[in-house]
Design a protein around this ligand. Structure first.
Ligand code: COA
Length: 378
């Protein structure tokens, strides 16, 4: 008898050296370095190199990698033309998925069978570089503007904000955004990474694997939850309404968005870092946030009382939406695409790892349908 485990919870599906989670103690590490250390000391470019190549780069390697990424910021104009033909109401995640998949047509030589060839390596760098450009292009195009061209003199986070918002971000904002990219860059084999790995295991091209991951990340039980958190906070309105709102949702067996995680039975370390970053930014700049932050703190307090027995605490999505909306003033439906941009680093690292010890994924099932029977005679 094979035991059926819904959602493959706790079932090892691979061996990996990219990241690790200690869910009982709230620890996340990339290649052995704690997320707290990386946010404090590294840039997104360095973290991407760490994930892709296994070790932290030295200063010269970082500079070379930064230049390599910068040389790939631009996107083929055909993709821009395709975007202009889409309805402006299209969700940015759907557009991103389409755009990444379409990039395969420009790199037909990029193949999983030859992961170390110059052309495949070039394609991987291109994916990491241009996801930010694609997300920013759609933001401009859907509003009727020509995309803001990338600035090859800027670092990854700065250039991304420059293209997305069309203005120069302050150093504090760039640092904050860079930290958000690092926090979202990798998280073991969650649903979207697993999706990338399953797709990679067929030895299809890397663009197909990345677009599958984007499609998977879009769902509200995964990356899409950060949008729902903000909607929920707006529905609650103010802190004093939080308890009644949460009790009512729990009574109706509805989830509280941004709470709970398959891997953590304590608060997600990324939520702790994001909350601290918001508080530090507010203290430093004196900026006033809307009632959302105060409401979120109360939601967390009430949930701690009502859900901690089940090991349900804030996850990364609980505070990321507040930071993006209240401090970076980004549109709500771009939160998940930004998550996807950051996570491309992790997805690509898993793609490389998967194809280096590949066996096609082909799980089994427990059949629950009709017994063998004859086609009825007419
Ligand atoms: N709100 C209320 N209850 C929750 C909850 C939430 N957000 N998350 C988990 N629970 C409860 C479940 O109802 C279940 O209760 P039960 O044992 O009485 O049936 C228990 O906690 C265990 O949860 P389970 O559904 O087994 O967890 P999972 O590992 O299958 O699901 C998530 C993990 C992330 C899908 C789930 O926590 C969730 O839906 N969270 C909200 C969406 C979200 O924020 N996603 C972003 C993840 S980064």
């Amino acid at each position: 008898m094979i035991e059926y485990i819904p959602g493959l919870a706790g079932v090892p599906a691979t061996e990996s050296s990219i990241s690790s989670i200690d869910g009982k103690n709230g620890i996340l590490a990339y290649r052995g370095y704690s997320i707290e250390d990386l946010v404090k000391n590294a840039s997104f470019e360095e973290v991407s190199m760490l994930l892709l190549h296994g070790e932290l780069p030295n200063q010269q390697e970082t500079e070379e990698f930064r230049c390599l990424l910068q040389s790939h910021y631009r996107v083929k104009s055909n993709i821009r033309t395709m975007m202009w033909s889409l309805p402006p109401t299209g969700h940015p995640m759907n557009v991103l998925q389409m755009a990444i998949a379409s990039m395969a047509t420009f790199y037909p030589e990029a193949k999983a069978a030859t992961p170390d060839s110059a052309v495949t390596q070039n394609a991987l760098i291109h994916i990491l570089s241009t996801t930010a450009t694609l997300v920013s292009m759609w933001e401009n195009i859907r509003n009727g503007y020509d995309p803001v061209p990338p600035d090859p003199s800027m670092g990854y986070a700065q250039n991304f904000l420059h293209m997305l918002c069309g203005k120069e971000p302050s150093d504090d904002i760039v640092k904050l955004f860079d930290a958000c990219l690092i926090l979202h860059a990798e998280h073991t084999i969650n649903a979207s990474t697993f999706s990338a790995m399953v797709t990679a295991s067929t030895l299809t091209n890397p663009f197909a694997a990345m677009s599958a991951a984007v499609g998977t990340l879009a769902g509200p039980l995964h990356g899409g939850a950060n949008e729902d958190v903000l909607n929920m906070l707006d529905e609650i309105g103010e802190a004093k309404n939080a308890r009644a709102y949460i009790e009512n949702r729990l009574k109706n067996k509805e989830v509280i968005w941004g709470m709970g995680h398959r891997e953590y039975s304590v608060k997600d370390p990324r939520a702790t870092i994001l909350q601290k970053m918001i508080e530090e930014y507010v203290n430093k700049t004196g900026v006033t946030l809307s009632k959302r932050f105060e409401t979120a703190l109360e939601v967390e307090r009430v949930c701690e009382e009502l859900l901690s027995a089940k090991g349900v605490y804030p996850n990364v999505d609980f505070y990321s939406g507040i930071l993006y909306a209240e401090i970076l003033h980004l549109p709500t439906d771009q939160f998940t695409p930004i998550f996807a941009v950051a996570r491309s680093a992790g997805w690509l690292a898993h793609w490389r790892e998967q194809v280096s010890h590949n066996r096609i994924f082909r799980p089994t099932q427990i059949y629950t349908g009709a017994d063998f029977r004859k086609y009825p005679s007419k």
